[in-house]
Design a binder for this molecule. Structure first.
Ligand code: BJW
Ligand code: ZN
Length: 250
């Protein structure tokens, strides 16, 4: 057992981290908290999105009822995100992709910070704030960092909406299936910065564990998943993840 900056990392985890070939990381809003992105439900003394209750404005009903209000909410968030940078946790995960033979990064986040940190092939379960899609033909268009976006679809002219997954909506085609396959085949699964309340994302660590993986949670707070995990590292992602790599070298 190594005691690093008050986080106890077991020798068992370090041994698995050194030898694993297939690793899965599932991330949630908490991994972006140290970049200054508010979380949805708090925890770890982090700021929470305020102004509008997100479960009302981030709902499928709201898209039908008041699309301009939905855009106002997402335009505001994109503007905030534009000034923010990936933190040590995003950068650490980006470095893990070359460390393991098979590394899959699955995120519930829509902020694009993993990609900015250099992660490739990120499985975005809940879509991206940097994309819009047509309400009719589902054609997608990117929104650039300057935030310019069209209100209408380039293909059919109908209104576009944020390309994100709201409560009651289906995840992007194939995203959960690909993530579930990665969960079934990984040896080591890290669950980082998620309250593990939203399904089907919260099912992935259970799938990994049921398939024989060692599951480790990184979060300053206890979650409904904590009991299921083989190891819980209580702390901030930006501090804990670099410690794991550093300790594995020793
Ligand atoms: C730190 C930290 C630091 C702080 N370091 N950590 C099965 C059972 C029950 C319900 C369902 C079920 N299957 C489906 C459902 C319904 C629903 C659901 O899950 N409801 C539950 C809430 C009860 N799921 C859905 O509707 C999903 N769709 C679906 O299942 O489709 C199939 C279907 C369709 C129709 C009918 C039936 C089935 C879609 C879910 C979409 C979620 N969308 C949102 C909004 C996205 C757009 C936007 O950004 O506005 O996604 S909700 C919001 O929650 C967002 C997040 O991705 C998601 C998860 O939140 P996350 O990431 O866990 O953040 P927080 O804030 O909750 O937690 C932060 C954590 O970080 C805390 O633990 C802190 O302690 C920690 N932390 N600082 C590390 N420095
Ligand atoms: Zn269209």
């Amino acid at each position: 057992m190594q005691l690093l900056n008050q986080v106890m990392i077991s020798g068992n985890l370090l041994e698995r981290f050194r030898n694993a070939e297939r690793l899965l990381a599932l991330t949630g809003a908490g991994i972006s908290a140290e970049s200054g992105v508010p979380t949805f439900r708090g925890g770890g003394d982090t700021a929470v999105w305020k102004g509008m209750p997100f479960d009302v404005v981030s709902s499928a009903q709201m898209v039908n009822r008041d699309l301009p209000a939905v855009w106002e909410w997402f335009d505001y968030r994109r503007q905030l995100l534009n000034a923010l940078k990936p933190n040590a946790a995003h950068l650490e995960l980006a470095s893990w992709q070359s460390r393991f033979r098979n590394f899959n990064l699955v995120t519930q986040n829509i902020d694009g910070l993993h990609q900015l940190a250099g992660s490739r092939d990120v499985i975005e379960l809940h879509g991206s704030i940097w994309s819009a899609r047509c309400t009719t033909c589902h054609s997608r268009q990117q929104i650039n960092r300057e935030g310019e976006r069209a209100d209408a679809c380039l293909d059919c002219g109908d209104p576009v909406r944020p390309d994100v997954v709201l409560f009651g909506e289906m995840l992007p085609a194939g995203a959960f299936e690909t993530a579930a396959e990665a969960a079934r085949s990984c040896e080591l699964c890290f669950v980082i910065g998620t309250s593990a309340l939203v399904y089907p994302a919260a099912a992935l660590p259970e799938i990994a564990r049921d398939s024989g993986a060692f599951v480790c949670e990184v979060n300053p707070e206890i979650t409904p998943l904590s009991n299921l995990c083989h190891e819980v590292l209580t702390g901030k992602a930006g501090e804990v993840l670099p410690l794991i790599s550093a300790a594995a070298k020793v």
